[in-house]
Design a protein around this ligand. Structure first.
Ligand SMILES: [Zn+2]
Ligand SMILES: [Zn+2]
Length: 250
C-alpha cells in the first residue's frame, strides 16, 4: 500500500491510501485535478472519501467529488455544515456514526470524536489487510482514546508552544489566534504524549501532518518524535508518496 499526500496544511489537505486497485481518499481540500492526477484519471477506483470536518482546507471540493460520483463519508454534523443534500444523491452521501465500523470498498473505517471548533469532527481508525490498522487524527487539541495494534499513524503536529508564544510577543500573531490554535490544534507536546500513550510496538510509519507554516519547526518536530518513539517518522509534504505504507517494514 502507498500513502499519497496531495496536501497537508491549512492550505489544503488530501491523502490517499492506494495499492493500484483499492483507493481510499481522506479529505478533499485540494484542487480536484490533483486527485485525478494521483489516480491516473481512473477516478472509478476511489471507493470513497472520508472527511474529518467541514473546514475548507479539508472539505472545499466536496461537490467535485459528488459530481465525479465518489461516495462521501462524514458525520451528520459535517454533512449538515457542508450543506450536502442527502435527498438529491442518497447513494453518494453516507453519514457515519461515532465508533461504528463502516465498510468502504476493501477498507473498514471506524470514526471517533476529535476536539476542534467544528460541527461533530471525526478522526478515523482505518483497516485494510495491506496497511493494517491506520490511525488518522487531525485538527484536534487532544484525543480521548488510545488504540491497540496500530501499524501506521497519521497525526497532526501543528505547533510548538514556545514558537507560538514568541510569535505573539513579536506581534506576528494576534493573541486571539493563539487562543484559537491552542483550543483546536494539536501541539508538538500533545502529539508526542498521544503517541507515547499508545502501543507503538507494531507501528511501521508515523507521519506528522497539518504542520503550521509559522508556529512550527518541522525538522525539530521530526527529530523529537524519532527520539521519543524510535520509529520511522515522516513530515507530510505536498506531492510526497510513502511507498512502504504496509503492515510491516519488511
Ligand atoms: Zn485544518
Ligand atoms: Zn479545521
Amino acid at each position: 500500500m502507498e500513502l499519497k499526500i496531495l496536501g497537508s496544511s491549512s492550505n489544503g489537505n488530501c491523502y490517499m491510501l492506494d495499492n493500484g486497485k483499492d483507493c481510499l481518499m481522506i479529505e478533499c481540500g485540494v484542487a480536484f485535478k490533483e486527485v485525478q492526477k494521483a489516480v491516473n484519471f481512473d477516478i472509478s477506483r476511489i471507493c470513497g472519501v472520508i472527511i474529518s470536518h467541514e473546514h475548507g482546507d479539508h472539505a472545499k471540493h466536496v461537490q467535485k467529488c459528488l459530481d465525479s460520483r465518489i461516495p462521501i463519508y462524514a458525520s451528520h454534523g459535517t454533512l449538515d455544515s457542508l450543506g450536502v443534500e442527502t435527498a438529491n444523491v442518497p447513494n453518494l452521501v453516507r453519514p457515519m456514526s461515532e465508533l461504528k465500523i463502516h465498510q468502504i470498498g476493501k477498507f473498514k473505517v471506524q470514526p471517533f470524536k476529535t476536539q476542534h471548533d467544528a460541527n461533530e469532527p471525526f478522526g478515523f481508525l482505518i483497516y485494510h489487510p495491506e496497511c493494517g490498522k491506520v490511525l488518522f487524527a487531525t485538527d484536534t487539541y487532544y484525543l480521548h482514546y488510545t488504540f491497540d495494534g496500530l501499524n501506521n499513524i497519521l497525526i497532526e503536529c501543528n505547533y510548538r508552544q514556545d514558537i507560538l508564544d514568541s510569535n505573539v510577543e513579536s506581534g506576528k500573531i494576534h493573541p486571539a489566534m493563539r487562543a484559537r490554535t491552542m483550543k483546536s490544534h494539536c501541539s508538538f507536546d500533545t502529539c508526542r504524549e498521544i503517541l507515547l500513550a499508545n502501543d507503538l510496538s507494531k507501528v511501521n510509519n508515523i507521519v506528522l501532518i497539518h504542520i503550521s507554516d509559522g508556529n512550527a519547526n518541522a525538522g525539530e518536530f521530526k527529530q523529537g518524535i524519532v527520539e521519543a518513539t524510535g520509529k520511522t517518522v515522516h513530515i507530510a509534504e505536498r506531492g510526497m508518496t510513502i511507498k512502504n505504507f504496509n503492515v510491516s517494514p519488511f
